[in-house]
Design a protein around this ligand. Structure first.
Ligand code: SF4
Ligand code: SF4
Length: 278
């Protein structure tokens, strides 16, 4: 299913002109930092290969332990942060980093939401630490959170790992003095695939087209969540009825949504019948 780009809401976007540029005539200073993570986001940056060389030639990367032997501690025009905050020391460090950064990017799910490290938040310390460290006294961890829990973030580059094209686009925007636009639209339109009889080889969804349910509903389909999703996305009751009417509107499962149309049909039928009687 294709990405569904609704009109961007300018109110949600940072003000233009806030983007970090280097001091007049100087290359922007960039720092890449890592907190609790698998470091896969940094590998994704390295995987930009030729584009990365071009990008690095237009910036001054002063902190990037994965790619540099010597590293400086700022200040930075652009700071890119990977990983979740899981210790008091990391919480202190991210606050300090914010003070030294003009434009702060959270890169990846760990920095955005806590990501994989935050799975530990659903277990007790005993459950999660004792099997590995034989004690709860070795790791001094706190609840795992994204960096936005502690500091203001200027751009969230979501994903695990994030998309390198998005990384390059965001960096390119910043280098030309443009504030990158945070995507505020969902990946796809609601699709009827999860409630539709299979066997079509998912021909539509495989070609980035949402399933419209042409093969009719699976017998035990639960349609309420999909109806609520359509409602949340602003579709009217009539729109929603039309989605379910398309191919199997009179089926037992879909007629619950298309009911009104069926009622109209029944009304028409009874009016015709009473006219005929007269
Ligand atoms: S977001 Fe994914 S790839 Fe990036 S550090 Fe976390 S687990 Fe690794
Ligand atoms: S619309 Fe029909 S052919 Fe397309 S994915 Fe759905 S069931 Fe398959």
């Amino acid at each position: 299913m294709a990405e569904h780009k609704k009109a961007a809401n300018p109110k949600k976007q940072p003000k233009q002109g806030k983007a970090a540029k280097g001091k007049k005539g100087k290359k922007p200073v960039v720092g890449i930092f890592s907190f609790t993570s698998c470091e896969g986001c940094q590998f994704e940056i390295l995987d930009c290969e030729d584009d990365l060389l071009e990008l690095f030639s237009r910036t001054k990367v002063t902190h990037f332990p994965m790619g540099k032997a010597t590293n400086e501690e700022g200040p930075f025009d652009i700071t890119i942060v990977e990983g979740a905050i899981t210790t008091p020391e990391e919480a202190r460090k991210i606050k300090d980093l914010r003070k030294k950064s003009k434009f702060l990017i959270a890169i990846g799910s760990c920095a955005s939401y806590g990501g994989v490290p935050a799975i530990k938040d659903f277990y007790t310390e005993e459950e999660i630490e004792v099997p590995v460290y034989h004690s709860t006294k070795i790791i001094k961890s706190i609840r795992a959170d994204g960096i936005g829990h502690y500091v203001k973030v200027d751009y969230y580059m979501h994903g695990c790992p994030p998309n390198k094209c998005e990384f390059l686009t965001v960096m390119k925007d910043l280098l030309v003095g443009k504030t990158p636009r945070q995507p505020d639209y969902p990946v796809c339109k609601p699709c009827m695939g999860p409630i539709t009889n299979g066997g079509c080889d998912s021909v539509c969804t495989d070609h980035k087209i949402p399933c419209t349910g042409c093969r009719g509903p699976v017998e035990d389909a639960t349609i309420d969540p999909l109806v609520h999703l359509y409602e949340k996305m602003g579709y009217t009751h009539d729109d929603i009825k039309r989605f379910f009417m398309g191919y199997a509107g009179t089926s037992k499962v879909f007629s619950g949504v298309v009911g009104k149309t069926c009622d109209i049909y029944e009304e028409k039928k009874s009016k015709t019948a009473s006219k005929e009687k007269k």
